[in-house]
Write a protein of this length. Structure first.
Ligand SMILES: [Zn+2]
Ligand SMILES: [Zn+2]
Length: 278
């Protein structure tokens, strides 16, 4: 593959990220990876892109289409682990392995543009690091199976799209301490003073069959369903997942779809009684 055949941002299925040509999958995936690293405190402000789509000779052609990225500095096992959870085959590549700089090399799973690199992802799933060629054993002669994988496998083999959805939930979980803190003081309501209870708990509420005590017990039960039962958490998770869809719809200019997703988010987040427990 010569440089002349490299895709450009105007090639169908491609765009750009950080001023470099990248397939649409990477254009969607990299910002979410960055946001999760920020939420985890694994970067201070940004990821450091070294190569996306490109023809660096050391890459052996794996970057000539899409779905492959190289990042400088985000090379620790923690950075690699997050990328793997998000649906990438990812490794730290080092100067000792004859690369000109230490970097993280990654290949997205489920990307239709990564033909020259996908063998490395498959090698990772089989326990190898994507470099070199096996000289013996079950994978003898196959590229990508020259060395055992140096990093742990992810908890699940997600596609890059599933990885984005998983990451959005993680980001929401890691970045909403304010919601929990605000709810915390109310979690254990002060007991009603005994003197008032004597007086009020048997009071009838005008126009209703239940008395104040029964109404209070019911309200407390409903409150605990929402707070302790995690109903708010689930609604936030669902809204966050919808946000990922919203981004895609906006990017495609599908305004009606975007509006319906917005409506759904609004319903998800409105504080209304949860449906009757089943
Ligand atoms: Zn690379
Ligand atoms: Zn792609």
């Amino acid at each position: 593959m010569g440089g002349a055949s490299l895709p450009t941002p105007s090639t169908p299925g491609y765009g750009s990220y950080a001023g470099r040509t990248a397939c649409d999958c990477l254009v969607a995936w990299l910002p979410v990876y960055k946001r999760l690293l920020l939420a985890k405190g694994l970067i201070k402000s940004d990821i450091d892109v070294w190569q996306l789509t490109g023809g660096a000779p050391a890459s052996g052609g794996t970057h000539t289409q899409g779905g492959a990225y190289d990042l400088l500095y985000q090379t620790s096992p923690a950075h690699i682990a997050v990328a793997r959870e998000m649906g990438a085959g990812a490794w730290g590549r080092t100067v000792a392995q004859n690369f000109s700089k230490d970097h993280q090399h990654g290949v997205l799973y489920g990307c239709p543009h990564n033909d020259p690199a996908v063998y490395q992802y498959t090698a990772m799933r089989n326990g190898f690091n994507g470099l070199g060629r096996a000289t013996s054993g079950r994978f003898a002669g196959m590229w990508g199976y020259g060395h055992l994988d140096e990093y742990p496998k992810p908890s699940a083999w997600r596609t890059w799209r599933q990885g984005i959805a998983w990451a959005e939930v993680e980001i929401a979980r890691l970045t909403r301490p304010a919601v929990k803190a605000a709810a915390a003081p109310a979690r254990k309501p002060q007991p009603v003073p005994a003197k008032e209870a004597d007086m009020q708990f048997t009071d009838k509420i005008p126009g209703r069959s239940e008395n104040v005590g029964q109404a209070l017990a019911r309200a407390l039960w409903a409150y605990e369903q929402i707070i302790d039962g995690g109903s708010i958490d689930r609604r936030i998770d669902s809204a966050v997942a919808a946000l990922a869809e919203l981004r895609v719809a906006v990017a495609k200019g599908e305004t009606e779809v975007a509006q319906s997703i917005l409506d759904r988010i609004e319903v998800d987040l409105s504080v209304k009684p949860a449906p009757a427990p089943q």
